[in-house]
Design a protein around this ligand. Structure first.
Ligand code: ZN
Ligand code: ZN
Length: 257
């Protein structure tokens, strides 16, 4: 999902990581399009009924202590104004980490999509979809995206967020992650990104681009260098103190791999 080097230091502005790189050339990774490909028109031949993968014993999830400097929450004016609440099943993180554990053990990333429904006054995540993918220690690229299109269209599900691991890195949004997420958030302002960093503390974060100025900053970014900085602005922020809420609820897991 990204190529990045570790955060340099824990400064008060360290949520503005400027050390990440974008894949070049982009292919079918999340970062490859400004518009999530699964939101494109659908295919008629649909497939469903995929058996959920066995879930190994998941590691303990720890809520990020907000005093940790990896990603300082900077309250941003009107950050969540007008956004619908998105509820996420509480056990989503543990289940995803369980699914990812085999990859994590060999220092490979894992990515998934969080799909759900528009309930009118809120969105509800109902399904964790693991697409076919290939990954490395710092990248994760979705394969055969048409299978994702088929699934979401047939089930009338909306992509509400995405989730990926940093198997050996800390918990932050790399610049590739930011560019990837800009494609989701421009389509749905409520879109959020969950980063799981099992070997780091805090070991997860739920993020969104600030809007303004983060979303436009990233969409307007024309950087082509593998590693490129972004302006010294609050580019992204925590979403779990805002419109994303962890709640008890059922979670369907579909593994397309
Ligand atoms: Zn990442
Ligand atoms: Zn950029």
């Amino acid at each position: 999902m990204h190529n990045h080097r570790p955060p340099r230091s824990a400064s008060s502005a360290s949520y503005l990581y400027q050390s990440a790189q974008r894949p070049s050339p982009p292919t079918s990774s999340y970062a490859s399009t400004s518009q999530p490909s699964h939101l494109r028109p659908n295919y008629p031949e649909l497939r469903q009924g995929v058996t959920p993968a066995p879930v190994p014993t998941p590691p303990i999830i720890q809520a990020p202590p907000r005093s940790q400097p990896h990603h300082q929450h900077v309250p941003y004016p009107n950050e969540t104004r007008g956004l619908k609440v998105v509820t996420v099943p509480k056990d989503c993180l543990q289940k995803f980490l369980g699914i990812a554990s085999a990859n994590t053990a060999v220092n490979k990333e894992t990515c998934g999509l969080l799909l759900g429904k528009d309930k009118g006054s809120k969105y509800t995540v109902t399904t964790l979809l693991i697409p076919k993918q290939h990954s490395s220690s710092d990248t994760c690229t979705m394969d055969e995206e048409e299978l994702v299109l088929q699934f979401t269209e047939e089930r009338s599900l909306i992509t509400l967020g995405w989730i990926h691991t940093h198997p050996s890195q800390s918990c932050f949004m790399s610049s590739v992650d930011l560019h990837t997420h800009s494609g989701f958030q421009r389509m749905l302002p409520e879109s959020f990104a969950i980063v799981c960093a099992p070997k780091s503390k805090p070991n997860f974060g739920i993020f969104r681009l600030t809007d303004p100025p983060g979303l436009k900053t990233i969409l307007d970014c024309k950087a082509t260098d593998a590693f490129h900085p972004h302006p010294d602005l609050p580019i992204y922020t925590d979403a779990d103190k805002g419109h994303v809420q962890m709640k008890e609820g059922p979670l369907e897991i579909v593994d397309l791999r």
